[in-house]
Design a protein around this ligand. Structure first.
Ligand code: PLP
Length: 424
């Protein structure tokens, strides 16, 4: 398999962009593949090699690449205009759709990314409560802004900078880290900071140290604790929203947060984010209230269009097929590992999964970090050379789309089997 063009492009890119990339999660040694085209479950690089894609843009492409409904809708919108700097009907339609699926989002605002959405959600929580501190989970990733770049997951963890330089002590001090699935550390944080916690921001299923589901009752206890302390609960459903359930992880686990953050699937492959929640809280957002938020591209018609088309397909087809394919992969892969007597564990929910080289369940970020990353990266390279694209880090999540057929999935399982064989 030749990847000459990718190599040549990287040689140029590396002098132009830090690490040659626009986002560090894409930086892979010796060089990343430069992708040219996506179709259904497959993605094709500049040299014409095709790969079964389990990255799916790090989650948004739940219908796979270039779904005909999304393409058609975008083509029509393109001819109507890409940006108005004024409200448009699709904004109302998508907001209505979101609220019908996620009723805790009584009011919401569209922004351009998950990062933006969590940034505004945290500011809103501080504005509403008049308190300074937030609690986040170690290894939880909420985008790349100062308040949440503390003990962060995803690329920050992969590249060894979970606490970023440039985040001032004053800011970092107001973000308290606790263990996921551990009420003891959460209670301690509340006890030590009485009356000072504006909010807990949490991914209801960790997705940025690989997928780590909540233990039974954990999210309910977090909800009770936040209520007891009059702090807000922010669910970051950027990964889980419209992926684990049309109503998000909050519907799956039966916990109602005060504020929800969405992104990824909501934009159907176009940039988007949204934050929303209780009406009394959202009424503090400008121009109704004094928590400021604005954006030139917020609620742009292209992103709204792709989002509406994507949710439309999901509403028609449901998530059951995706979920059962996810379960099939997890079960079959677990069986392959146990037949081989390999020390590894497969985790995930719905259409997500990841393989950790360690024994025993991964319950938090420390467990994920204790897995053998070197072995995963070797598996990643073998799978890629074999035409299967996994995320380039064990601290990311593999996704399936509605375009992944059973034969696609059986092919992935065969590839896992023979690439795991003889793994050093
Ligand atoms: C849970 C979660 N929150 C927030 C973000 C940030 O979203 P974006 O990359 O759209 O800024 C991500 C991105 O991966 C995420 O996984």
């Amino acid at each position: 398999m030749s990847t000459e063009r990718s190599s040549a492009l990287y040689q140029r890119a590396v002098h132009l962009m830090p690490g040659g990339v626009s986002s560090p999660v894409r930086a892979v040694k010796p060089y990343p593949l430069y992708m040219k085209r996506g179709e259904g479950s497959h993605i094709f690089d500049e040299d014409g090699n095709g790969y079964l894609d389990m990255v799916l843009g790090f989650g948004p492409l739940i219908l796979g690449h270039s779904h005909p409904d999304v393409v058609r809708a975008l083509q029509e919108q393109l001819l109507q205009g890409t940006l108005f700097g004024a409200p448009c009907e699709k904004e109302v339609l998508l907001a209505e759709k979101v609220r019908s699926h996620v009723p805790s989002m009584e009011m919401l605002r569209f922004v351009n990314s998950g990062t933006e959405a969590t940034m505004h959600a945290v500011r809103l929580a501080r504005g509403y409560t008049g308190r300074r501190k937030i609690i986040k989970v170690d290894g939880g990733f909420h985008g790349a802004h100062d308040s949440v770049l503390v003990r962060s997951g995803s690329g920050a963890l992969t590249h060894g900078s979970p606490d970023s330089l440039g985040v001032t002590q004053e800011v970092a001090r107001n973000t308290l880290g606790v263990n996921f699935n551990d009420m003891y550390s959460m209670r301690n944080a509340f006890r030590a900071n009485k009356g000072d916690i504006a909010a807990v921001i949490i991914e209801p299923m960790l997705g940025n140290v690989g997928p780590v589901p909540p233990l039974p009752g954990y999210l309910q206890e977090v909800r009770e604790l936040t209520e007891r302390h009059a702090s807000l609960l922010i669910f970051d459903e950027v990964i889980t929203g419209f992926r684990l359930h049309m109503g998000g992880a909050q519907a799956l686990f039966g916990v109602r947060p005060d504020i929800t953050v969405l992104g990824k699937v909501l934009g159907g492959g176009m940039p988007i984010g949204a934050f929303g929640g209780r009406k009394d809280i959202m009424s503090m957002v400008s121009p109704l209230g004094r928590v400021y938020q604005a954006g030139t591209f917020s609620g742009n018609p292209m992103s709204l269009t792709a989002g509406l088309a994507t949710l439309g397909v999901l509403e028609r087809e449901g998530l059951e097929g995706l979920d059962s394919n996810g379960e099939y992969v997890r079960e079959r892969l677990t069986a392959i590992i146990s037949e081989m007597g390999m020390e590894a564990v497969v985790q995930g929910l719905g259409s997500t999964f990841q393989l950790f080289f360690r024994s025993g369940e991964v319950k938090d970020s420390a467990d994920a970090l204790a897995s053998d990353r070197g072995r995963y990266m070797e598996l990643y390279r073998r799978m890629l050379a074999d035409g299967h694209c996994l995320p380039p880090s064990p601290y990311e999540t593999c996704f399936l789309s509605t375009a992944h057929s059973r034969p696609d999935i059986d092919g992935v399982l065969d590839a896992f089997r023979h690439n795991l064989e003889g793994l050093p």
